[in-house]
Design a protein around this ligand. Structure first.
Ligand code: ADP
Length: 247
């Protein structure tokens, strides 16, 4: 029987740890001070975790370590029991999808359908499987009506949804979103947040955000400051209280 670990009020078995960061330190150049300093944190299956914190505190740098886009200079990252290394990052990237803040960084094709199909095509799946995945992903983010549209002409919010669908179509078990609600209008945002929440039925989700509405529906909020995890909260109210005390 595996030991139990505590994520605030909830208990998880060690089998529920799907991502473990241990003593991770990183800087972009030798001259730069550490952007991540001895970060250790665990993430749990089917949880929605928010990482919050001021600009420049290292949130995006941390998330880029989750699928091998950046490799640890010190410490280690273990995802689904696999240590992230240069050698296995291709395999890791099939399990962990990153959705960037700016969709322009993730959309490469002129047509929506073609763009969402790119990931599954790269995985050398059958044509039927590719079609199935693309259609499900478009449906999940409610943009089936955009499938024949030209990506270039879409609004910023629509482009964000196309980028989401492109990642979903690869069927990752862990999805990391960087500021998913920035640039989304207030009419569409509640639906978008609901969709992100619904992803946790089948997957684990980590969201980097300053958005209080996302924090309110999270299972857990981590606070990052100056390259370190400074707080771990199970409710938005706890997070807010600590922030007011200015930890
Ligand atoms: P956050 O996501 O919390 O805003 P980042 O991880 O983007 O923080 O940035 C942390 C620090 O690392 C900042 O000081 C930023 O300027 C620096 N940084 C980010 N990306 C690079 C890069 N490619 N090269 C050099 N410095 C970088």
């Amino acid at each position: 029987m595996s030991t139990l670990v505590n994520n605030q009020n909830k208990e998880f078995s060690t089998n529920d740890i799907i991502l473990e960061v241990q003593d991770l330190s990183f800087s972009y150049s030798r001259k730069q001070t550490l952007v991540l300093e001895n970060v250790s944190v665990k993430f749990f299956r089917n949880n929605l975790t928010v990482i919050a914190g001021p600009n420049g505190s290292g949130k995006t740098t941390l998330m880029k370590h989750f699928n091998g886009l950046l490799l640890p200079q010190q410490g280690e990252v273990v995802v689904f029991n696999k240590q992230v290394t240069k050698k296995n990052r291709g395999e890791i990237q099939k399990l962990v999808g990153l959705v960037f803040e700016n969709p322009e960084e993730q959309i490469f094709f002129p047509k929506v359908y073609e763009d969402v199909a790119f990931g599954p095509k790269n995985m050398r799946l059958s044509w039927e499987e590719i079609q199935d995945r693309v259609e499900n992903a478009l449906e999940e983010v409610q943009i089936t009506h955009l499938k024949d549209k030209v990506t270039f002409n879409l609004s910023f919010g629509e482009k964000k949804k196309v980028a989401f669908a492109g990642i979903l179509a690869m069927r990752p078990k862990l999805i990391i979103f960087d500021e998913p609600t920035i640039g989304i209008d207030p009419w569409t945002k509640p639906r978008m947040i609901e969709t992100i929440r619904s992803f946790t039925r089948k997957r684990t989700v980590v969201v980097i955000t300053h958005d209080v509405d996302v924090m309110k529906i999270a299972d857990r909020i981590l606070l990052m400051k100056q390259g370190k995890i400074k707080g771990d909260f199970s409710t938005y109210e706890d997070f807010q209280q600590q922030e007011l005390l200015n930890i």
